[in-house]
Design a protein around this ligand. Sequence first.
Ligand code: NA7
Length: 533
Amino acid sequence: MQSIDALVVGAGFAGIYQLYKLQEIGLSVKLIDKASDVGGTWYWNRYPGANSDSLSEVYRYSWDKEDLLTYPWPKHYVSQKEILDYLKHVVKRHDLRKYMQFSTELESASFDSDSSLWTARFSSGETIQSRYLITALGTYSKINYPAIPGIEKFAGEKYHTGNWPENYDFKGKRVGVIGSGSTGVQITIAIADEVKQLVSFQRTPQYVVPNGDGPVSAEFRDNINKNYDEIWNGVRNSWAAHNVKESTVPAMSVSAEERERVFESLWEQGNGFRFMFSAFSDILTSEEANEEACKFIRKKISQIVEDPVKARKLSPDGYYARRPITAPDYYETFNKKHVDIVDLRETPITEITEQGIRTNEKLHELDVIIFATGFEVADGNYTTLTINGRQQSLKEHWAERTTSYLGVSEAGFPNMFLVVGPLSPFNNFPPTIEAQVEFISGLILKAESKRKEDASDKLVLVEATQQAENDYVEACRVLGTKNLFRKEKSYVFGANVEGKTPQILFWVGGLVHYRKALQDVVDNDYRGFTLSY
Ligand code: NA7
């Protein structure tokens, strides 16, 4: 059996950086991924139109300054392909591929209290022993297939956006898209001109703000480069971590005309995070302020969508309090005669038949059904694995509720760390990942130093205390009661998956406060963790 210091699982943004840090510390490391190459979420989500909706300048690592200043990004948002190219470039630049093994799925990992080692078993039949286990499994990786009766009877093509095939051809076909989250919106726009007929099956209408994408001029890029330190500093010390200025002005403190002017200018500029966070300080906390943003977007929908029936169906009546969606020309797409919208609240799906999707109104005959139905977010990717800690499995540990300490550790699972595990910040991912990887690496370095100082031949065990985990879970619960996310059924609470007990799955207190919490733990000798032999 192979024996190494640290095993990293997952080759996305999180796993790659964690691998880099651990080999820098001098540990022997291996990274495995079930995919055939790097990319993580972006490896699997290669559906038409897939692209990041975080601004290009901050949808990347900040830790390699030279690369940050020189690697090109042609537009304000990077496409899925560009993200894969970027990650492959980082791996090559830092010579990390030699540590990586692909097409290898982790099936189980068990901690042995006698040897203080983790034993991981893979789909390939291989087994590895390691002192540290770091799971970087991704937040959006366990796909959510809705339990619609008859789904298996459909005679046409069926795809989930989170597991997209290499080859497909929708030309001249009748396509149905179920789901209108960020993914459903992107794919609807991308395939509209290619297909013969497109029907969007929408359960909850969404507030979709233009993204203002376009080519990046040399002057724009120079300006970013000149200010990159300041930009990252701003991102790390902001709520949403998106390089958008976060307003400190409450919506109702200004006149109705001023509100309109602010919303209009942000709509013109584009970017959903800018619209949510730069307009006013209280869009996510004040019902009155939130409704002002909703009214503005509803008005836009009614102005853009020519058919009043389609406009009504597309118009949300809930709070603007889900993960903001941003894409160009979404509502405009429904002005095309061959693009239609079905409001599943009025006419629910009753079954999928051989020919298509039947609602309680009619059968929609289709050649292709695309499931843009999202993911069992945050903890779902752990449910297919067996992870055994000191005394119990992770499933048992999470029997009542999904837990973590700081999103990176579980009480009773020594020397196991999670990057963007459950209850991690609900923010732009790269800066969140960097904060966590640097924290985990600091903790591992401390354990390694202790072992050297004590000249011990035993292994140091780093472990969150149950009390620290309980307190952190409670802090996340309380944060979840303080903004309007709680008013909407969404994946933030796991409410998108049938049969799942809703609970907060993220830290919704902003990256700035999360980073302060991490720093506070570090400054207090890693409060909440024990280091023992
Ligand atoms: P999301 O945001 O979870 O969206 C999933 C969509 O699928 C959403 O519109 C759901 O409706 C819909 N859905 C889910 N189950 C069903 C069933 N059973 N019937 C009809 N419609 C259904 O996932 P995405 O992939 O779009 O985005 C995930 C993240 O990836 C995103 O936040 C970005 O960070 C990138 P609902 O709104 O729940 O009524």
